[in-house]
Design a protein around this ligand. Sequence first.
Ligand code: NAP
Ligand code: MG
Length: 488
Amino acid sequence: MTQVVQGQSIEPGRLFINNTFVEASSGRRFETISPSTGEVITDVAEGGAEDIDAAVSAARAALSGKWGSMSASRRGELLYRVAALIEERAERLSILETLDQGKPITESSKVDVPLAARIVRYFAGWADKLHGETLPVSGSYHTYTLREPVGVVGQIIPWNFPILIACWKLAPALAAGNTVVLKPAEQTPLTALELAKIFADAGFPPGVVNVVTGDGPGAGASLVRHRGVDKIAFTGSTPVGQEIMRVSADTLKRVSLELGGKSPHIIFGDADVTSAVFGVINGIFYNKGEVCAAGSRVFVQRSVHGAFMEQLVAATQKRAPGDPFNPKTRLGPQVSEAQRERILGYVASGKAQGAKLVCGGEAASVDGKGYYVQPTVFDEVDNGMTIAQEEIFGPVVSVIPFDDAEDVVRQANASIYGLAAGIWTRDIKLAHRTARAVQAGTVWVNCYNVFDPAGPFGGVKMSGFGRDLGRAALEDYTETKTVWVDLS
Ligand code: NAP
Ligand code: MG
């Protein structure tokens, strides 16, 4: 039944296979819930192994159909149309994202949706600029390389940036000529289905983009096991990434994994403290801390620790949780009740292990509803504590005071993760030395959480491998074929 929520008419969701919306073959459905009210928004088809099989067959057929022979510049044109349609439908997309995910409307309308369009446009431009090389080999040969699509790509994405991550996975894969089966997270299926409509309306041939909603153990695991899938691109938790890599070994699928993080955010004593506090607040409370690159371990040099904490606490207290549809709200509800419970469990562990709770730490609600958590600051944290080692994925920051510039790098690197890092200092040598020394895929100096379609993003260590965004993303979506032609 079509429902009207927040002024948008929302139909029950169905799977998108071969440019057609269909029910799951099992007929099963699941509910998607609004985290700001706990109410059901609508229900969505729950795809399983048979549906994945149908989607993979459609994607395989599309590779040898119109799409496979389409010129690269035409692929680019179709992607440009997708970017324009995202912009045209930005209001609806932002509302659906905030409804399903809980992120403040200011973030979805000013960041997630416009950035999604920019990313698609960026990769549209790459479609006809990918090419092989002619090689100066020994002997009488004409030797060149071709950059070919990997084939059918399975993309499995999380709930923290649903439309944004969908676009940053889909756009480079399609620019390079692959076909895709996308599995969105069960908590946030709505914008992926809107996006499916956009791809069809832009003129993508059937089977090039397929969206199978469902859960991880069902739809997700079937996609990873499927023999007809050539590559899995995954963003999500480290344990699921490990499982995907293990299962992919059976068919030797290509795998790229963008996993968790526990990113260090280092404030040296000579930093502009006010700017650093702004960066730290943005680094941990943006998207209610549900950010893989969240700056969740804040190392502060003792010489500025007092001044820093005073400003940090004042700024944190201004981030009151609020209705995500209020444009003034900067802190929405966590994505689900389960996620809120997980976060509160970490708060309890921080207290039990002796960290000093400076503010927040409790569940919250707005008009008696919603899965909110107060913005939370722990001080005097030890880097060995659970709250400093495990990804919390919520609005909880751990401040770790330090004395010695050499030692802080050792502590920053004492983590299984290596996704991102932030550095605040006015000393140019210290900034660059530290940027080299920290183990991370991205380092922000005197800024944090800055993203652009041109800037590669991904991790080292147990934060995974492969890069999203930038030219680097395209590498992961092509195979190099070498052709030798005897000229003698
Ligand atoms: P997750 O379990 O890793 O989920 C990510 C995606 O993988 C979802 O689409 C999920 O499906 C799917 N999935 C789960 N099990 C699978 C399997 N065996 N085979 C194939 N696909 C599978 O992450 P989560 O449970 O949503 O979040 C848990 C924690 O992961 C967070 O608290 C956070 O620490 C981390 N996380 C990291 C990122 C990141 O950007 N690096 C993003 C989100 C979460 P369903 O969820 O629909 O079942
Ligand atoms: Mg939801």
